[in-house]
Every structure is written in C-alpha cells, then in structure tokens.
Ligand binder design. Structure first.
Ligand SMILES: *[C@@H]1O[C@H](CO)[C@@H](O)[C@H](O)[C@H]1NC(C)=O
Ligand SMILES: *[C@@H]1O[C@H](CO)[C@@H](O)[C@H](O)[C@H]1NC(C)=O
Length: 171
C-alpha cells in the first residue's frame, strides 16, 4: 500500500472498526469453509448485505442467492443459444438443458427461501435436486461430436453452489 492509501485505511478503521474488521472476519470465516475461496470472497466481499451480516446464516442465504442469480444467467444464455442454433442434436441438447435449468433455478430459489427460514434440511434436499438437474444438462453433451458451449458457465455455477453448500453446512 502506498502512504496515502495506508492513511485512508487507518482513518476508515478508526471510523468504521466493526464494519471493516468484524464483518470481514465473518466473511473470511465463511469462505474458510469453502473449496473455491477466491470465488467465495469475490462473491461476498462486494455484497452490502454480506458486509453487514452478523450471522453465518445471512452469508449462507446471500451465497445461495448469488448462485441462484448466476443459474438464471446460465439459463438465459442457454435459451439464446437454443434459439439461434440450427436444427440438429446440438439444438436438441440445448432444448433439453433449457428445461433442466428452469428447474435448477426453481430449486435454488427454494433453497434460498428454506435457508432464510432456518430449514437447513429442506435446503439441502433442494440443493441436491438442483445438482441432479445441472448434471443432467452436462450429460446431454457427453460423448457427442460437439462440445458443450456452456461448460465454463456450468463449471463456475457448480463451484458457486459448492461454496454455498459449505457455508450452509456450518450454520
Ligand atoms: C437476491 O438477489 C436479488 C437480485 O440481485 C436481490 O434483488 C435480492 O435482494 C437478493 N436477496 C438476498 C436475500 O440477498
Ligand atoms: C433430449 O432429451 C430426450 C428426452 O429425455 C432424449 O431422448 C434425447 O436423447 C435428448 N437429446 C439430446 C441431444 O440430449
């Protein structure tokens, strides 16, 4: 850090000690439970709700919500690819995936709601169902002559969900 930013940091610490130190500690604690720690920090640190969270449960809900929102983006991307694909097996795989992802988003939304209500058992079931549907989409592209055009997105989504599950497991 250069001297100016160090000074700014010290000033901020003086004015907002709890906001900066304690809350970061809770996020660090939560991300410490995850496998993909950098992705976890990237997700939670910029989130204002996560920043003011006092309980791990809040971070679990926020983390699941980001997973749900990202699944929605993946779904949107799949629909775009499906609509522009020529008739054929690739289009069929995308049509199949689109149906799966509709369910993935639904299950992740239900997991957000269950966790917010403190029903971890129900949340875990919904997360398992989301995983089954996500993996079924991956399956449509396995052993074919074409690559999945969404493999980077589905990999990131599975890592986000894995992180959220690790936090849920500790509440
Ligand atoms: C979930 O994400 C949506 C979209 O960004 C946001 O409007 C909503 O407040 C978030 N809910 C929680 C519980 O973080
Ligand atoms: C799409 O789903 C149908 C019905 O489940 C299945 O028979 C078909 O093999 C799938 N097609 C592709 C390309 O994944």
């Amino acid at each position: 850090m250069n001297p100016i930013s160090s000074l700014v940091f010290v000033l901020l610490l003086t004015v907002f000690p709890t906001q900066i130190l304690c809350q970061t500690t809770l996020i660090e604690q939560a991300c410490g439970y995850t496998i993909y720690k950098v992705l976890c920090l990237e997700t939670l640190v910029p989130d204002s709700v996560a920043h003011s969270a006092r309980y791990l449960k809040t971070l679990a809900v926020v983390s699941l919500n980001h997973t749900r929102n990202f699944a929605d983006e993946v779904d949107y991307k799949i629909d775009g690819l499906r609509d522009s694909a020529k008739e054929g097996p690739m289009k069929q795989a995308l049509i199949n995936c689109s149906k799966r992802y509709y369910t993935v988003v639904e299950k992740l939304q239900a997991a957000v709601t269950s966790t917010a209500q403190g029903n971890v058992v129900a949340a875990k079931s919904r997360l398992t169902e989301a995983t089954v549907n996500r993996q079924q989409c991956d399956q449509y592209f396995k052993g074919r002559h074409y690559e999945s055009p969404i493999s980077d997105l589905t990999t990131k989504l599975s890592q986000m969900q894995n992180n959220a599950e690790a936090i849920v497991a500790h509440i």
